[in-house]
Every structure is written in C-alpha cells, then in structure tokens.
Design a protein around this ligand. Structure first.
Ligand code: SR1
Ligand code: MG
Length: 413
C-alpha cells in the first residue's frame, strides 16, 4: 500500500491489489460489483492519474480514477492538486443531467482519497487510437458538437440566472489546472523552455513561429481570452484522447466524453478548438500515410460536422433562454465569435502537441520523414488559422487552409 504526502493532506494510493477491498468497504460501490470476484487492471495511460478498470465474475464493471498529487507524466517533482478530481465530478454531474447519452455513468467521488467512480466502458476505445489506425466512425464529430452546445447552454447565462452563474463560476474555479493550459498551450511553445522538444529538422519551422510578431500577439489575445472569458462550464481538455468511441450496429460511431478534470468557466470555443486542433493532427497523419480518400475526406469533414452540430443544438435550445436581452441577432454574432475562437484555439492546441510537453501518438508514432512532414503541415496550418481566423469566415474554412499547406509540403519532397 502506498502513502503519498501532499501539501494539504496525506492519502493512500490504490493499487490493483487494494482496489477490491476499497470497493468492499464502500456501500455504494459494493452494490455495483461483487468485490470478492473482481479482476482489476491499472490502465492509466494519460498524463496525470491512476485509472483502474474492474470486472467481476458476472461481467459487471466499474472504473475508478484516482488523482495523484503530482503530474504522472513528469513525476513527483511537479506537484499538482488532487482536488482536480472534484472538478471532474462537477462536470460529470452536470453532463449526467444534460447529455447523459454522451458521458459515462457517474457513481460518486471519495473526497478523502480523491477517487472518482464511473461506468466501465467495456468495448469502447480511445478515439485517438482508432483515428491512428485509420478507422472511420461516422457521426462522432456531430455528437461532440452536441455535447459542447448542451454543456455551454445549460451552464451559462443563456439558461441560468445571473446570480447562479456567478456562484457556479466561483465554485468551478480550477486555477492549477488552468495554469497548466496557460503555460503549456499558450506560452511555452513560443519561447525556449525545458518542457519543449522537437526533432532538429523542425527547428526552422519553430524559429519562424517564434519570430512571427503577428502570430505571437494573436496567441497572446487567445491566452487572454482563455483566462478571462468565463462563458460556461467547459470541458477544458477535449482532445481526441478524451473521447471514447465504439461502432454501432448501423455502421456509425457512438461517443462518450471522459476526463473533464480541466473544467472551469471558460470560452466555449476552447472545447471546439481542442477538437478541431486534434482533427488537424489526425488529418496530418492521414496525409503522410496516404490513407485512402474515404478516410481522408471523413477526417477533413470532422471540423465542419462538429461545428454544424454545435450550431444546430445552440439554435434548438435558443428559444428556451432565460433573458430576452440575448436576441436572435446576438446569437448570430456570438456564434461568429465562437467560430473565430475555435479556429484560434484549435491552432494553439495543435501547435503545443508538436513543440511542447505532452505529445500525441498521431504524430509521435510516425516514421522520421513522415513525422517531419506531418508536423510541418500542422504547424503551418495552425499558424494560418490563428492569424487569419477573423477573415476565414468560419470553421468550414479550416480544411481549405490544410489542403493548401498539404499540397505545398508534399510538393517539396
Ligand atoms: C502536465 S499535463 C499535460 C497535459 O495533459 C493533459 O491531458 C492536458 O492536455 C495537459 O496539458
Ligand atoms: Mg486528460
């Protein structure tokens, strides 16, 4: 049994060997599975937490997630509040009320041990892994647009009284996790920093970004927006590794959004941007691996699919808004603002995965030549999204920018 010290508390970390007895002593969890026949595997492959998948002899399951008091990716030298598990439970609770079909069932949180219990999604897989293999799951992009819209509407001034929003905003404050994003996404990639790494051949591209005064000021504006635009309770880290997917019998895809520990009141376009930036990483991989036309076209259409579903759901919910100050004209203007934010944040989220800490397998598992080409495409596309997001006129332009960059990079071989 392992004990960890934190600044504020000391708590016991679970191991595969101790999970069954932990569940047996918790009446709520003990009802869900038979702890005496439990098989447990620690599968945490993210950057921060322990994750235990459990199944009993009758096939019933549960997933436990325990926050470590440090960043797992780096080690104990980088302490991080385990209170983030409370942020995750807040988001899962809200989502259970407004989009229960798009999140795992939530079973509760142990605030002393920082353990969150949720549905074990048997047969589901992290979307990034499926994208890496070139698998098509039609409809998933739209489900994620639906998720963002419903969370955004129901937690914002559109659905709640102003006093309620202010209280929720204060309760959802998540400064340590936000600081990670502020530094890793918006600051470190653009300066020399020990957290950065990239292959030598990419150095000219990185130098060009860093010396681009226009890009730097636009990234600064986006960071400022991330730090000040408290529009709604957002997921905060909605990349393709935060989505689990499975095929449905009609050949489409179903989705569950996981891992909302970075949630806070922030700009709605940030979640859409996280998705769009990660679609770009998947598209870059597809291009250099010469994936078939059907797959490339599907990935290329994801940004628009997500946006269209987001917009459709916002417009569907709009008549139920609680304050008539927000007119139909306001909605049109607000959607334009969100689309610009999404492109800008999408660019920042893609760039950080190439230059900064916490890389992604879409790019990292490519052979050297393909890695360099895909990374170059991502950096150049993202640069244009960020700088030209005002003129591009919406998310549908995202792919056109990529196609121009792709042609140029492939021609130079
Ligand atoms: C130090 S944490 C690194 C990254 O992992 C999470 O998934 C977030 O994306 C964060 O930026
Ligand atoms: Mg995560």
């Amino acid at each position: 049994m392992t004990a960890m010290s934190t600044m504020a508390s000391e708590y016991e970390l679970l191991t595969p060997e101790t999970v069954a007895s932990y569940i047996a002593t918790n009446p709520t969890l003990a009802e869900l599975v038979d702890a005496s026949t439990l098989e447990v595997a620690e599968v945490g492959d993210g950057n921060l937490n322990l994750v235990f998948l459990c199944q009993d002899a009758d096939g019933r399951g549960i997933c436990l997630k325990q926050a470590l008091p440090y960043v797992r990716l780096v080690g104990e030298s980088w302490p991080l509040t385990p209170q983030r598990v409370l942020a995750e439970s807040r988001s899962l609770s809200v989502a259970a009320a407004v989009v229960p079909h798009l999140v795992p069932a939530y079973y509760g949180t142990d605030e002393d041990r920082y353990v969150l219990a949720m549905e074990n999604l048997f047969g589901w897989e992290i979307w990034r892994s499926k994208l890496n293999r070139g698998e098509i799951h039609r409809g998933v992009g739209a489900l994620l647009g639906e998720y963002v819209a419903n969370l955004a509407f129901s937690t914002s001034l559109f659905a709640l009284d102003q006093m309620e929003v202010k209280q929720q905003t204060a309760q959802a404050i998540n400064p340590e996790l936000c600081r990670i994003t502020e530094e890793l996404v918006f600051t470190e990639p653009y300066i020399e920093h020990d957290n950065n790494s990239f292959v030598d051949e990419l150095a000219p591209e990185v130098a060009a970004l860093r010396s681009d005064a226009c890009l730097r000021s636009e990234v600064g504006l986006l960071k400022h927006r991330f730090m000040t635009a408290a529009e709604a309770l957002i997921h905060g880290d909605l990349h393709t590794g935060s989505v689990m997917v499975r095929s449905t019998t009609d050949g489409r895809g179903d989705a569950r959004v996981i891992d909302p520990e970075f949630c806070y009141y922030g700009p709605v376009g940030f979640d859409l941007g996280a998705l769009i930036g990660n679609y770009l990483l998947a598209r870059g991989r597809a291009a250099v691996l010469y994936r078939g036309a059907e797959y490339c076209e599907w990935v290329a259409g994801l940004a628009e699919e997500t946006w269209n579903a987001f917009e459709a759901n916002m417009r569907r919910l709009w008549p139920t808004r609680v304050d008539q100050t927000w007119t139909d004209g306001f909605l049109d203007a607000w959607l334009q603002q969100v689309a610009r934010d999404a492109l800008g944040f999408g660019g920042c989220k893609a760039i950080r995965r190439i230059i900064g800490l916490a890389k992604v397998s879409d790019i990292e598992t490519l052979p050297p030549d393909e890695h360099l080409r895909a990374a170059t495409m991502v950096l150049r596309t993202a640069n244009t999204w960020i700088k030209e997001r005002q003129q591009l006129g919406g998310v549908s332009a995202a792919n056109e920018v990529f196609l121009e960059v792709e042609a140029a990079v492939m021609q130079n071989d």
